[in-house]
Structures are given as structure tokens and as C-alpha cells.
Design a protein around this ligand. Structure first.
Ligand code: OGA
Ligand code: NI
Length: 356
């Protein structure tokens, strides 16, 4: 895997470009006309909002089939939903936003100490993919491992502001609990036992990581994207979006639907591994981020993934003569090399591994 050793070109921080006050963006960030934000109409519809208040704290849904049904429908139809009354303390959410907002506003030298490489992606980064000459996205990020604990190294997390590490740890523990509940609901929605997905992901050996996305103000937002269209390669993603600044768009047929964030809600979406395990009953849907000239935007994407060396294929229970297996089994380690090399490219990856 030598090709993942280093970036093909010097890394430019998007925040520096934004702070320079230039009124145009470098050529490297200008997308082809078909990919620009304005080229597709934005439909005036919304992704489902689901209330978890009636869901038992362990995720068992015997008491509330309505929640399970709503989640199942959303994952079949949209691949996305927002969840309110999810049980994560709004005070903790506020602290996460504060500490990471402060980090991205530290002087550049302080952030550069954490510059990442494509080998593990951990740390402060400004691109996905290692193709020389690629058109880049208008965003910086910080990537960190949560599970397995053997990969988690808090010394690679920012040391400043001083409460960042403990706040992030606390947040991650809460998000892991939320993911476990969501996994049960998703399993039941497939007509399977509630521990089906968790077991398929490796039980206690699941993986988890987080990307904190920072999208600086952009002088020409109509020409570029904060994050190009992609589907998430992992299991499920729980996104804490910016309450004040919109940006996430979800594909709906030929249109892009702008998500209207509900304050302190989480946006949950199905990743490619759950699409594969569910034999395409649940959809891992393309999404992208648009930027703007008025305000920066901060978002937290928490990725809950299968143990990285397990083979992930369609659940035998969901394969029938009428619904043959759509995908060949593959480990997540192997699968995610694609996005790590090529960067975000719509749904081309999961499509390319179709068995038929
Ligand atoms: C991601 C992602 C959306 C956002 O990090 O994979 O889709 O709003 N983020 O930042
Ligand atoms: Ni994503």
C-alpha cells in the first residue's frame, strides 16, 4: 500500500485561502459545470424527522413499533432521517461545538502540528484521495479513531483547547450508545433479530471514527462544493450538523434536497456496508455539501463501521431466488481503500462491486 504514504502535492489549507480575502477561488476548486450547486434544482421537500422519545433506552422497540417502522421506511426510501429526543445531552453537544470551533480558530502553526497523511488519515487534513491533479473540495477536517481502542490514540487529538480531548471522549461514548440503539432498530426493520447487524459488524469489535468538517467562507460558492457527492463507505453515519448554517444536500432522484437541520437533532444515514448487508433493502444515498460566502460551517460526522477485516456480504436471510445476492463479500479494510485513493465519487464504488 505504498501509494497511500503521502499526499501527491503540497497541502493547501482551505481556511488560509478563505482568510486571504481573495475574491476568486483557485482553479483547483472549480467543479465541472454539471457538479456545481446551482446546476440542479433543489426540491422543496424534507427528509423524515423521527422522535426517539418513546424508544426504549436499550433500543428494543417492542413498545413502539411506530418508531421502528418510521426508521425502516426512511432507510428504504431516503437512506437518511433526522432524530430528535435522541438522549444525548444538548449541553454536551454545545461543548463539542465550542471546543472544535476553538480548535479550527487556533493559529495555523498550532493546527499544522497535527497535519495528517493518507496512510491513516488521522489528524488535520484538507483533501480526500491521493490522485495528483484532482479537483479539490472547499473544506478542511480533523479525522480521529474511536474504536477499536487499539487504534485510538488521544495524543493525536488536539491538545488545545484543554477540554477538547475529554469532551470528545464523552461525546463519542454517547454516540456509540446511540449507534447501538439505531443498529437494533435497523435490524428489526429488516425482519431480523435485533442483534443481527451488531453481530454482523463483529459484536464488541466494531470500528468507529469521526470526521469534524470545517467549511470556511467561500468567495465563489456557486463554482465549488464543500464536499463532493459521495455515499459513506461505512456502516451508519450520525451527523451533528451546524444549527445555523445549512449545507448538506441529499440526492433524491435527479434532485438535491437541502437538509433543514432541526436544532440539536442528529442526521443519520445508511452507509454502503449496511446497504450490502441488507442486500439493498436499505439505501446508502449520495450526499454532498454546498458552501456559502456569508458564514463558515462546522459539522461532526461519526462513522460506525464493521470490524475492518470481517467479510461483509448480503445477509443469507435476505437472499432468496427472487432476491439474489447483489454484492460479493468484501472486508471494510479493502472497501475503504477506494475512497482513500480516489476521494469522494458519488456511488461509483458500491455500484462497481455488484455481483450481477
Ligand atoms: C461526511 C459528510 C456532511 C456534512 O463527512 O461524510 O457527508 O454536512 N458530511 O458535513
Ligand atoms: Ni458523508
Amino acid at each position: 500500500m505504498d501509494c497511500l504514504q503521502d499526499w501527491p502535492e503540497p497541502v493547501v489549507r482551505v481556511q488560509s485561502l478563505s482568510d486571504s480575502g481573495a475574491t476568486t477561488i483557485p482553479e483547483r476548486y472549480v467543479k465541472p459545470a454539471a457538479d456545481r450547486p446551482s446546476s440542479a434544482p433543489c426540491a422543496d421537500i424534507r427528509i423524515p424527522v423521527i422522535d426517539f422519545a418513546t424508544l426504549a433506552s436499550d433500543g428494543s422497540t417492542l413498545d413502539c413499533p411506530t418508531v421502528a417502522q418510521a426508521v425502516s421506511c426512511a432507510c428504504r426510501d431516503w437512506g437518511f432521517f433526522q432524530v430528535v429526543n435522541h438522549g444525548v445531552d444538548p449541553g454536551l453537544i454545545r461543548r463539542m461545538r465550542e471546543v472544535w470551533g476553538s480548535f479550527f480558530h487556533l493559529p495555523m502553526e498550532a493546527k499544522q502540528a497535527y497535519a495528517n497523511s493518507p496512510k491513516t488519515y488521522e489528524g488535520y487534513g484538507s483533501r480526500l484521495g491521493i490522485e495528483k491533479g484532482a479537483i479539490l473540495d472547499w473544506g478542511d477536517y480533523y479525522y480521529l479513531h474511536v474504536l477499536p481502542t487499539s487504534l485510538k490514540s488521544t495524543d493525536k487529538w488536539p491538545a488545545l483547547p484543554p477540554t477538547l480531548r475529554e469532551t470528545t471522549d464523552e461525546y463519542n461514548q454517547e454516540l456509540l450508545k446511540l449507534c447501538e440503539r439505531v443498529m437494533k432498530v435497523l435490524s428489526l426493520g429488516l425482519g431480523l433479530e435485533d442483534d443481527f447487524l451488531q453481530k454482523a459488524f463483529g459484536g464488541d469489535d466494531v470500528g468507529a471514527c469521526m470526521r469534524i468538517n470545517f467549511y470556511p467562507k467561500c468567495p465563489q460558492p456557486d463554482l465549488t462544493l464543500g464536499l463532493s457527492s459521495h455515499s459513506d463507505p461505512g456502516g451508519i453515519t450520525v451527523l451533528l450538523a451546524d444549527d445555523r448554517v445549512k449545507g448538506l444536500q441529499v440526492r433524491r432522484g435527479d434532485a438535491w434536497v437541502t437538509v433543514q437541520p432541526v436544532p440539536d437533532a442528529f442526521i443519520i444515514n445508511v452507509g454502503d456496508q449496511v446497504q450490502v448487508l441488507s442486500n439493498a433493502t436499505y439505501k446508502s444515498v449520495e450526499h454532498r455539501v454546498v458552501v456559502n460566502s456569508e458564514a463558515e460551517r462546522l459539522s461532526f460526522a461519526f462513522f460506525y463501521n464493521p470490524k475492518s477485516d470481517l467479510l461483509i456480504g448480503p445477509a443469507p436471510e435476505l437472499v432468496t431466488p427472487d432476491h439474489p445476492a447483489l454484492y460479493q463479500p468484501m472486508s471494510f479494510d479493502e472497501y475503504r481503500l477506494y475512497i482513500r485513493r480516489k476521494g469522494p465519487r458519488g456511488k461509483s464504488q458500491v455500484e462497481s462491486f455488484k455481483a450481477v
